[in-house]
Design a protein around this ligand. Sequence first.
Ligand SMILES: Cc1cc2nc3c(=O)[nH]c(=O)nc-3n(C[C@H](O)[C@H](O)[C@H](O)COP(=O)(O)OP(=O)(O)OC[C@H]3O[C@@H](n4cnc5c(N)ncnc54)[C@H](O)[C@@H]3O)c2cc1C
Ligand code: SF4
Length: 811
Amino acid sequence: MSKQKLVVIGAGMASGRVLEHLTDAAPDAFDITLFNAEPRGNYNRIMLSPVLSGDQAYTDIVTHDEAWYADRDITCRFGERVLEIDRDAKVVVGENGHVSYDKLIFGTGSDPFMIPLPGHDLDGVIAYRDLEDTERMMGLQAGQKCVVIGGGLLGLEAAAGMAARGVEVTVVHIMGHLMERQLDEAAGYLLRKSLEDKGITICLQANSKEITGENGHVKALMLDDGTELPCDLLVMAVGIRPSVALAKEAGLAVGRGIHVDDQMGTSDADICAVGECVEHDGAIFGLVAPLYDQAKVLARSLLGQEARFVQKSLSTKLKVTGCDLFSAGDFADGEGREDIVLRDPARGIYKRLVIEGNKLVGAVMYGDTADGNWFFQMIKDGTDIDEMRETLIFGPAYQGGDTSDPLSAVAALPLDAEICGCNGVCKGTIVEAIAGGAGDLGAVRASTKASASCGTCTGLVEQLLQVTLGDDFQLPTAQPVCGCTDHTHEDVRRLIKTMPLKSQEAVWQELGWKTRNGCHVCRPAINFYLLADWPLDYQDDPQSRFINERKHANIQKDGTFSVVPRMWGGITNPSELRAIADAADKYNVPTVKVTGGQRIDLLGVKGEDLPGIWSDLNRAGLVSGHAYSKGLRTVKTCVGTDHCRFGTQDSTGLGIKLEKALWGSWTPHKVKLGVSGCPRNCAEATCKDVGIVCVDSGYQVSVGGAAGMDVKETEKLCDVASEQEALDVTIAFVQLYRENAKYLDRAYKWIAKVGLDWVQDRIADPAERARLIVAFELSQSIYRKDPWAEHATHQAERYQPLADLTLEAAE
Ligand SMILES: Cc1cc2nc3c(=O)[nH]c(=O)nc-3n(C[C@H](O)[C@H](O)[C@H](O)COP(=O)(O)OP(=O)(O)OC[C@H]3O[C@@H](n4cnc5c(N)ncnc54)[C@H](O)[C@@H]3O)c2cc1C
Ligand code: SF4
């Protein structure tokens, strides 16, 4: 019987595997011609990264050499692109001539996607797909600069490979964390840290705008925030698209990829497709594991045997030395899903399992991925994990123990297991100390130093106390922030400053948070601490705010909102009042009320009307009064010297200056100010967070008043002679409060904890006062802006009606 003519387009990893199966099972079944646009045969494309980093040579990764093709009598047409297919004549047209087929396989892989930025066609702008790209990167000398656009698997392997050669690499990634499709934020954070340790600069949430060049060669990447990243080479690793142009021109059914059935057949009975160029059941592919399954199925189908391609779960690993990560299954949040999280900050380990019902559905690991395959198998098998739920995260080594005891894993740790990474204290030392009489955390700390440094192993030490002491163990009295951590607010604030920690992920990981990304109690607090301490590095996370702060309006008990524009120092004018009246009419505002903070509250505004009313008020020059925020609310003033015969100073003018200086700042709790022109105190300044009473000799500044659930008179901070000093001490006080108070402590509560003396000393110290003012101004340079203007213009569509009735006092 004469051989069938089989033509294969593309000598890639998938078609290469088809040829292996085919020629092993039936060496004489086909007369094979293999085209490849690359000037070579099959090599292990995924190992280009070790070639780039210098760990391997190209010859090490060749899978099919000349002898292999010769042994199988395969006609190789390498370096020749197929240009056209005549399906009626069953002919393939290559660059050097045509060849006829009985059966045809498409194995054309993918084309790298190039963002069409201005300058993308300059010399030195490349993708990362083949040996030529790899060689371009290998051509860079130590000290030269490369920018990689894309913080996914390929981009990071390219970056690490070049960094290993001494190239100065910057990775630009549009998302908030690296490899966001495979990793959650925690693992992404650890990965970023490891890569930065290798000298790679990572720019997240960075938007590329333009590639600039000189004499036709790339010179720099410009970001849309104006940052210029000079480079000698620019690698775009932003994704791939199935290579389908040829199939489309030939008239095959094509969607995102070439449509194939379970046997890898296309819409033409004599044409099959395999690898990244295909689309199967709506899915396209980018990892080799499913391609190898497809290859097996296709080889069997061509030989007339039964076979069916079935899509399976996939796992991902990154081939960068020192960055051990593993991700499998689905780890998105969802109803009915729960997380099990284990963090070992000292060793940079993070593990998260996602469970739905009694099944493991996803796993993300960083630092220690040894159990990855065990978890992956469970995901694929749908294993019932109910019996081992408590110890599952510790991996296979801890299964089979007393699973009903959640402390059993700690109990099962060997005596030489390290508990405190900072001080190198192992379990045996701690147990010995407990046996020797150390009965609580403080005593263990004193005798062993365990948990005495970063404090993140505190929970583990307590568990050891619990295991060792049994009923004699008493819980520590200090109140942790919430159930996600054993740290107190004070500990967290201190560690955010000293370690330093500049992102939520850093806090979760380095402080050993027990949950993946906090809860509704700790997130707002951590968000505030981070933005107060690191205004330049940290970006406010609106999702970590209470509903009122997210909506920039107070939600009322019927689900409508109240809208309070700012009236600087309580002063307004006819045109502002007209704009308020017009807005009230236009949006059918049922109640218009004058507040205790000397401004006007429009009550009963529908959620969907918020952007509209804000922009109308903005047009009249009115900005948000932040009546909903943990931030500066009002500065109440009296009329002062302008109108009152008792007035000693311009109290209204000072109030306006204070409000203009402080508005927009975030604080641990709301902040209200009052300025009265004389001791008659018509502005009731002495029950505010900061109250200023003007006197003939100057200004009496007092702090820590309250007039809510608690009523409290302010206490004297200091007397000052000039208006500028009154402004300075007030700003310095607010910044001191921002830097040190526990979230949701009003100023008077905080002062009671730290002592008025301490506050007075700090404000009296000229150097400290100056530092506080500079720090406050720096923060204001970012945060002093009107959220109404921003949201009315850019986020209007987010304002849908809400059913959530979280109440908060308006002023
Ligand atoms: C640097 C790098 C690292 C990777 N790391 C991993 C990893 O760690 N794990 C993993 O699972 N996957 C990894 N991948 C992805 C993996 O390599 C691909 O999934 C796989 O190579 C796809 O195989 P394929 O046969 O479909 O296509 P390819 O291997 O791309 O082969 C397609 C071939 O067809 C040729 N061709 C296209 N059109 C024509 C035409 N008209 N005429 C002639 N020839 C043509 C192309 O030149 C190419 O040689 C990596 C990829 C890269 C680039
Ligand atoms: S506080 Fe003094 S200055 Fe101000 S309005 Fe009252 S009496 Fe006049």
